[in-house]
Write a protein that binds this ligand. Sequence first.
Ligand code: EPU
Length: 343
Amino acid sequence: MNSLADSIQESVELGGLNTLRVAARARFYVSVKRVAELVEALDWAAARSLETLVLGGGSNLVIAGDFDGLVIRVAFSGRQWEKASESGATLVLGAGENWHSAVLYAAASGYRGIENLALIPGTTGAAPVQNIGAYGVELSDTLVSVTALDRTTGQLVTLSNSDCRFAYRDSVFKQQSGRYVIVEVRLRLSRSRPLSLGYGDLARYFSDHPHPEQLTPLEVAEGVMAVRRRKLPDPEQLPNVGSFFKNPVVPLARWEELRSVNPAIVGYPAGDSVKLAAAWLIDQCGWKGYRTDRVGVHNRQALVLINHSGGTGQDILALAERIREDVFQRFGVSLEIEPRIVP
Ligand code: EPU
C-alpha cells in the first residue's frame, strides 16, 4: 500500500503556489485530499520535529523566505446540498474547493447569500480565516459552521458561527493561528433573501437597471465580477494578494478631527466608529501606480501591491513598510497588514 510519505516531495519551489508569485523553497511539500492524509502528514512532520505550513490557494499569503519544514496543501474537494427547504439550503464545501467556482455554482443554482463574493481568489477553506468580504457582504453573514482539525487535541471539531469569532477580516483561525486546519465549510443560502446592492461601485453598476430587485443571484455575481475587473488586478496577470492593508477603524472623535483637516477623506460608519478607506490615505500620499523594477502599487487601486517581476516577499514587505510610514507621518493613522506573513 502506498503511504502518504511516498508522495512527500523535497525542495519544492513555492512560486506557483502563491498568487504573489514570490519565489521561495519549501524543504518538503505534500498535497492532501482527505483528513486521514492530513493527519498522516502532520504526524510525519512531528516525528521529524519539522514545522508545518498549511496552504490553500496561497492568495492571502506573503512568503517572506524559504520554509525549512513541511508545506501541506489542503486539496479536499466536495460540494453537497443539505437541509433543502422551500426557503433555502445548506451548501457543504470541501476546504480545497475553489471559492469563486463555488460562488458561481450556488448562484447558478438560484441560491442567494454569497454572490457578492464572486471572483475572490483562493480556496473555500481560506475564506473563514480572514472572513472574506466585498460589496457589503461578509462570509460570516451565511456561514453556519466550520469543521476543522484541532491540532491541540488531534480531534475533528465543529465550530459554530459564533465559535469562529468573526470580525472585519478576522476570526478565531487568525487569532489562534496554526491551531485549526479547516476541512469543511457549511453555508446557509436562501432562495429569497434580499440582494445586497447598496455598496457604492455595485449600486452604480446596476443604477440603470429598471428592476434591480428582480436580478438573479447569478446576474449579481456577474455584476460584481465586472466591477472587480475594472479596479482589481487579475493575479494571473499582475500577481497580488488583494487588499494589502485592512481599512483602519477609528473612533468617531478621531474621524471628526481627521475630517476637519482633510475634508475629502473617505470613511464609512462602522458601529460607533468609522472605517477609513486605506486606499484613499495611500493614494493621497502619492503611492498609486508607484513601481520599481520588481514591485509596486496598483495604478487603479492603491490598496493592492503588485509583484511585477521577480519581487521577493521581502521586497513587498519593504514597500509596505514605506507606505505605512508615509501614511502614519501624514495622517497619524497606523495601517495593519492584512495577508498572513510566513514563515
Ligand atoms: N479610493 C481611493 N484611491 C484608490 C482606491 C480607492 O481614494 O486607489 C477610495 C475611493 O473613495 C473609494 C474608497 O477608497 O470609494 C474605497 O475603495 P473600494 O471601494 O475600492 O474598497 P476598499 O475599501 O479599498 C474593500 C475591501 C476589498 C473589497 C472592496 C469592495 C478591505 C481591506 N478591502 O476595499 O477587499 O473588494 O472593499 O467591497 O476591506 C481584499 O480584502 O483583498 C479586497 C480586495
